[in-house]
Design a protein around this ligand. Structure first.
Ligand code: HPA
Length: 284
């Protein structure tokens, strides 16, 4: 990327941040990205303060995938923290460049956010994971074939070669586990493996992921987690296991409707857990 382009990108970020600030003046503390079929969790998490369709926000891309509603909700939690909730995300498989996939998170960092909660729907690779289970992401494997930090480094966001030893904050994971226990939710833990999609994996790919140490597989989250970590944010990630990955259950074919239905069924539990974690987040 040429220097000129870098300048423009940075200007775009500032323009979006200024525009959002004019609609919601407080600094943002926490960002939550709600994945497939989970978008309306936002309504249960915060008394809505401002709801803005992505299409209205300067330089934002809107997702066109069913189950991804495409609104940003900004509001205050009872604890006083200000939360930005993304109802749906833009995916790499839609043909958007990685910069667009992670653009909203960089804007949120400019608005002050230091904590990032990522959610997704995922296929269970580990046979111990069943549809309907919630999995705390302990680490990830990036098999998307690219990295959102490729290109000129934006030094104001983070270093050229960021460490990735603890992308998913150990302290936030401990908090999530203790909240799950308090709610009698059996929160599983595992490694999330990201593929580009949009085709689901083949049984051979799932066997490969299993061999590599992946427990769940999906098509999102990893770019956002890398960029959040690059910017020094504390990241927490949850997968809602919506199906057994390809070949794990013999003769079962995957489809998006099944994924949305399983996410819908897990929603009450997921929403309870997320709100309980959000309420307990420290005011740093
Ligand atoms: N594979 C990839 N992405 C997914 C899956 C899957 O099985 N289920 C939900 N998202």
């Amino acid at each position: 990327m040429k220097d000129g382009q870098l300048m423009t990108l940075t200007m775009d970020f500032k323009e979006t941040a200024t525009w959002l600030k004019s609609h919601y003046p407080p600094a943002v503390d926490v960002v939550a990205v709600l994945g497939s079929g989970l978008g309306d969790l936002a309504d249960q998490l915060i008394a809505c303060s401002v709801q803005i369709p992505y299409s209205k926000i300067p330089h934002f891309m809107a997702s066109k995938v069913a189950g991804h509603s495409g609104n940003l909700i900004l509001g205050q939690l009872p604890s006083g923290l200000h939360l930005a909730c993304f109802q749906g995300r833009v995916h790499y498989y839609e043909g958007h460049p990685m910069e667009s996939v992670v653009y909203p998170l960089r804007v949120m960092r400019l608005l002050g956010a230091k904590t990032l909660i990522l959610t997704n729907s995922a296929g269970g690779v580990n046979p111990a994971l069943s549809p309907g289970d919630l999995m705390l992401i302990t680490d990830h494997i990036n098999l998307m074939g690219t990295n959102p930090l490729i290109g000129g480094n934006q030094d104001e966001f983070g270093p050229r070669f960021p460490d990735m030893s603890e992308v998913y904050s150990a302290s936030l994971r401990t908090l999530a586990l203790s909240k799950a226990e308090g709610l009698s939710i059996d929160l599983k833990q595992g490694v999330y493996c990201a593929m580009s999609g949009p085709s689901y994996e083949t049984p051979a790919e799932i066997r490969m992921i299993k061999t590599l140490g992946g427990d769940a597989v999906g098509m999102s989250t990893v770019p956002e987690a890398i960029v959040g970590s690059h910017m020094g944010m504390k990241v927490l990630g949850f997968s809602c296991i919506t199906n057994a990955a390809a070949g794990v259950t013999q003769g079962h074919l995957l489809n998006h409707a099944e994924v949305l239905e399983a996410a819908e069924n897990a929603k009450p539990k997921f929403s309870q857990l997320l709100s309980s974690v959000l309420m307990a987040l420290p005011n740093e």
